[in-house]
Design a protein around this ligand. Structure first.
Ligand SMILES: NC(=O)c1ccc[n+]([C@@H]2O[C@H](COP(=O)([O-])OP(=O)(O)OC[C@H]3O[C@@H](n4cnc5c(N)ncnc54)[C@H](O)[C@@H]3O)[C@@H](O)[C@H]2O)c1
Length: 315
């Protein structure tokens, strides 16, 4: 576990505000809603409701398979990005990439989202460096490093492993949402919170797709704790959408379907047969939905659960 190493704000090499970003290097920017930063490249055009110029987004699980794509997408749309995950040096590396590729402020911070003090420190350091947070993307979650325990059959599942997954997927989501949401309420400018659940928070996995499957050298499945934790994320989303509506904070949930990331051909074939679009997702295909939910393009959308699943939930 690597966190939190003190970020040296004033050292030019670590400066989260890149030269040419329209903000003074080494300064603490005031990220007001109307403030325009120059983004050097963008997949979303230079104006319009999908742009995020002048907003700061905090992304958890930022250096994982999907997180990297999400961070690049937000930065390309003009947002300053707080890149956070367990390993601070990995976060710093990705933040440097975002500054270089998109010319936006970006900051890499280590945080274990299951530890309240670590989450408080994350929010404190992020706001000290980049000002208000307008967008929170709770993306951390997923697998355990002990794959035998994680993929164990339900009859044999250990309470320790159940709690470990719950601690990240739901306790961690609770802690970060509470800390950033509290901040958003105090800022008085509203905000957008995007939770990441899964199709399996709403649907049962078809157990037949796992026959002959292989991933990271072993058969795979999707354990019950994953489904239960992601269903809880969906419940939290709907609750908070209603709870924070009067503060102008929208809360929505992105539910990815299975993303191709090295599964064997047999699994990809079986999964593809279950999906109307006939294939697994590519990681980058989640980004458009995130930008929609993060931006004013979805200004009248809250409490929604968006399936990005190739149609799996449609039949
Ligand atoms: N990849 C898929 O097929 C898929 C499908 C549906 C949903 N999802 C969800 O999308 C999100 C991202 O998935 P991914 O495929 O990129 O997973 P990933 O495992 O590649 O990334 C998850 C990241 O979360 C981080 N993380 C884990 N525990 C943490 C903690 N205690 N504190 C801080 N960070 C922690 C990890 O270090 C990792 O970088 C997850 O919530 C996952 O459940 C993924």
């Amino acid at each position: 576990m690597k966190f939190p190493i003190q970020h040296r704000l004033m050292a030019p090499a670590d400066d989260p505000v890149p030269p040419g970003s329209g903000l003074p290097t080494g300064s603490r920017p005031e990220m007001g809603r109307g403030m325009m930063l120059q983004a050097s490249s963008s997949d979303c055009g230079s104006s319009g409701p999908f742009r995020l110029d002048g907003r700061t987004a905090l992304v958890t699980g930022a250096v994982g398979i999907l997180g990297r794509h999400f961070c690049h997408g937000l930065a390309a749309a003009g947002a300053a990005v707080v890149v956070t995950d367990l390993d601070e040096s990995e976060c710093e590396r990705l933040a440097a990439e975002l500054r270089r590729d998109h010319n936006v402020p970006a900051l890499g911070l280590g945080c274990d989202i299951t530890v309240p003090e670590s989450v408080d420190s994350l929010v404190e350091r992020a706001t000290r460096a980049l000002g208000d947070i307008h967008i929170l993307h709770n993306n951390a979650g997923g697998k355990s490093s002990n794959l035998d325990a994680f993929y164990a059959r339900f009859e044999d599942y250990s309470l320790d492993e159940w709690r470990r997954i719950m601690a990240v997927n739901i306790d961690g989501t609770f802690l970060v949402t509470q800390a950033v949401g509290r901040r958003m309420v105090a800022q008085g400018k509203g905000g957008s919170i995007i939770q990441t659940a899964s199709v399996y928070g709403a649907l049962a996995p078809d157990q037949r797709i796992y026959e002959g499957s292989e991933y990271q050298g072993r058969p795979i499945s999707s354990p019950a704790v994953y489904a239960a934790s992601k269903a809880a994320v969906i419940g939290l989303t709907r609750y908070l959408a209603a709870y924070w509506a009067d503060a102008g904070i929208r809360v929505n949930c992105l539910c990815p379907g299975g993303v191709e990331s090295g599964q064997n051909e047999e699994f990809r074939r079986r999964y593809g047969q279950r999906v109307p679009l006939g294939r697994m997702a590519q990681a980058g295909e989640m980004v458009g939905t995130l930008l929609y939910l993060a931006s004013d393009a979805s200004s009248y959308v809250t409490g929604q659960v968006l399936m990005v699943d190739g149609g799996l939930s449609a039949w």
